[in-house]
Each structure stands twice: as C-alpha cells, then as structure tokens.
Ligand binder design. Structure first.
Ligand code: ADP
Length: 381
C-alpha cells in the first residue's frame, strides 16, 4: 500500500516477563516483536510475532536477532557488551546503546561514572584482587556491602557481611572471578525509584517517583504517590535528569534511590522496563512497556498522566507450596506471567488503584495473599 508506514520490528534479547508485557503492549504501539528466548518455556514466546533461540552471550544468536529486527532492545542485561558494540559498529540499531547498557551490566562502571558526574552514590572502592581488600576496608571505615560488579540480580551477588572477617571472606571468594565493589552500608530511611523514558533525540518522559520495599534483594511492593516529601521529590526529579544526561539511555531507564537521613543517593540504574513501574500499565495513560517500545522504535513519546490518586503494586513470588486456586479480588488487576511455580520465583504481580492509599494497599495485599504471595505483608519503614 503506497504511503503506509511499514511496522518497525523490535528484537528483544530475552523472553521473560518484561518481553511478555512488551508483547502485550505492541499492538497498541503498532510494532512487531521478535524475541530471543533462552528456553521454550519463556513467557514472551506466547505473544511474540517471531521467536529465535539463544542467549545474550551467543554471538551468532545476537547476530540473527539483529538481522531479523530494525532495532534491538532488552528484557534483561545478561548480554555480551563487546558483541553488541561490534554489531553497532556494523550498523545495527541497538537501543539502549552498549555504552549505556554498561551502566546496568557493570556496577563498578556505574559507581565510577556516576560519582565522576558528581552524582551522590555511597562511598565505594572497586577491587580487582584480594590483596587490596584490607586497604579498602580501612579507607571506608564503616559497615560495608560487598557486590559482584557483574552478573548479580535480585540480590544475588550482594552480601551484607556481619563484620570485617566476613567481608574479607566474601571478597576473597569473589575477587577471583571479576571486579568486586565494596561500599559503605547506608542507614536507610527507605528506598524509592524514578522511572523515565528517553527518546533517541534526548526527550524525557518521567513517571512519578514511587516508594519501593525490598526483601531478600527483591522488590516486594511499590506505592504511588511516594511519601518522601516535597523536597526529596524535587531532588529525585533533578537527579534523574542528571543521571539521564550521564547515561544517555534510549527507552526506559529506572533509577533506584536510597533514601537516607541526608537525602537521596543513587543505588543503581536499570536500562529496561522495571518492576518498580509495573503500576504504570494501569496507573498511567501510557504504561512503561508501550512507552519503551515507542522510544526504541523512534516514535514520539506519549504524554504521561496518572489515572488514579493512589496505586499499589505487589509482586507475586512463589510461596513454599503452590496456590490452591486463583481467585481474584474486585478492583485489582492480576498479571500472571505464566511461569512454572517455584518457591521464591517472581510469578506475576497485582496492581490496585483508588483514592485512599490505605484502602488500596489492603485490596492489593488481599489479592496477593489469595494468589499465594507471602502471608506476611510487612510494613513500610
Ligand atoms: P541487585 O542489583 O541485585 O538488585 P542492589 O545493589 O540493588 O542489588 O542491592 C539490593 C538491596 O540491598 C537494595 O535494594 C538495598 O535494600 C540493599 N543495599 C544495597 N546496597 C546497599 C548499601 N550500600 N547500603 C544499604 N543497603 C544496601
């Protein structure tokens, strides 16, 4: 048909729940989706227009994905940045670019580059050998968190040693396999996240800040609006712009903040749709998955407005035994990722919207409990 716009084909490295939710948003945006799945069980296979098999560390699989796509984007950051850089050099369109993705792949690079841009991060040291451990702990002179620079996620590769000996033992165990980040353990008042979309020409579309609650390194719950107060809301907005200027992402970027008695500190950035913005699917006029596809496809970003005064998202994490049934609670939207049940595995999430934040939270947790999430809902700090 002359004049008709050819649909952009977006290739996604990974076919997990984030690619699944991109697939659920793709028709509204008007793009095709090709996914690079690691296993025939991957949830996004059900919604993709085309499926390839392989991992983000397999050069031939990444090449095949790039060849089938107008633009390559990501469901996760387990990917070979050198191969991506080569593909970019050969003309493939990779969004976010490999240089931006490195902020999410490599925590040592992230700390160095954000600190270098004058952004607030915990005091840190990067070690590439055990011999430097004692000097680093002496210089920090505080309780520490030890992190593998690469390969960790959802709290894996993050240790909270009880004392100096345990810190040294963790560094000894990890230093042989790559860089280790050692940083001061901050006294947290809470945690918060700001998710934004950035287009290839640098336009930004931020979502409002949310409070997040983590347990065992995994996000348990988010709430909009955040209760950090007007000063920190303004601080988060201005830090987010500075982080975006330093990272230059394309598509969705999430910025996780530590809330401390002295203000905000950047914990980490993710260069893909993020758990802390799942609420935006129903809670705003343009959810993060549609907005991500718009950005990476080079379409204009859509304006974002919230659809309710309050939104609570609770993750459905596999309980010790599978849920007996899947009843629903009125006024709560359930996202089932269609993954096999396994204790501790993220299986879905629920979102409740409404006027009264306390009532919305009760409703979200009632639904989450019925669906097998931990009975203990915990409290906000
Ligand atoms: P992951 O990349 O696996 O999500 P993070 O680096 O975000 O791991 O750490 C997971 C959680 O550990 C954080 O959400 C926070 O609760 C806690 N944490 C991490 N670093 C620090 C720190 N420097 N001080 C205090 N708590 C921390």
């Amino acid at each position: 048909m002359p004049g008709a716009r050819r649909e952009v084909t977006v290739g996604v490295v990974g076919a997990g729940q984030l690619a699944l939710m991109m697939g659920e948003a793709k028709d509204g945006v008007g793009v095709r989706l090709v996914v690079l799945a690691a296993s025939p069980e991957d949830p996004a296979i059900a919604v993709a227009d085309e499926v390839l098999f392989g991992t983000g560390f397999d050069e031939s699989a990444l090449r095949a994905l790039a060849a089938r796509s107008d633009v390559v984007t990501f469901d996760h950051e387990l990917v070979d940045l050198d191969v991506l850089g080569r593909l970019e050099g050969e003309g493939a369109v990779v969004r976010p670019r490999a240089a931006a993705l490195r902020f999410a792949v490599d925590k040592a690079h992230q700390r160095r580059a954000l600190a270098g841009a004058g952004l607030p991060v915990p005091r840190f040291a990067v070690l590439d050998r055990y011999a430097d451990a004692t000097r680093a702990l002496d210089a920090l002179d505080a309780p520490v968190v030890v992190k593998r620079a690469r390969g960790g996620y959802d709290g894996r590769g993050v240790a909270f040693p009880a004392g100096r000996d345990e810190a040294l033992a963790t560094i000894a165990a990890w230093a042989g396999t790559g860089e280790v980040l050692v940083e001061e353990r901050l006294d947290l008042v809470g945690e918060a996240a700001l998710v934004l979309a950035r287009s290839p020409d640098g336009a930004l579309a931020p979502y409002p800040l949310v409070d997040t609650r983590q347990a065992n390194g995994m996000c348990v719950e988010t709430r909009y609006p955040s209760r950090v107060g007007a000063d920190l809301l303004a601080e988060a907005a201005s830090l987010a712009e500075r982080v975006a200027a330093a990272v230059e992402p394309i598509g969705i970027m999430a910025i996780e903040f530590f809330v401390t008695p002295r203000g905000l500190s950047v914990n980490e950035v993710a260069l893909r749709p993020h758990n802390t913005a799942h609420w935006t699917i129903e809670g705003t006029t343009q959810g993060q998955f549609a907005q991500h596809l718009r950005a990476v496809a080079g379409l204009a970003l859509a304006p974002v407005a919230v659809t309710a005064p309050s939104a609570v998202m609770v993750n459905l994490v596999g309980a010790p035994s599978p849920p007996a049934s899947t009843p629903t609670v009125a006024g709560v939207v359930v996202h089932d990722y269609a993954k096999a049940w396994r204790p501790g595995r993220k299986l879905g999430h629920v979102t409740a919207l409404g006027d009264d934040p306390d009532e919305v939270r009760v409703r979200a947790w009632e639904s989450a409990r019925l669906l097998g999430a931990p009975a203990e809902e915990g409290t906000w700090p």
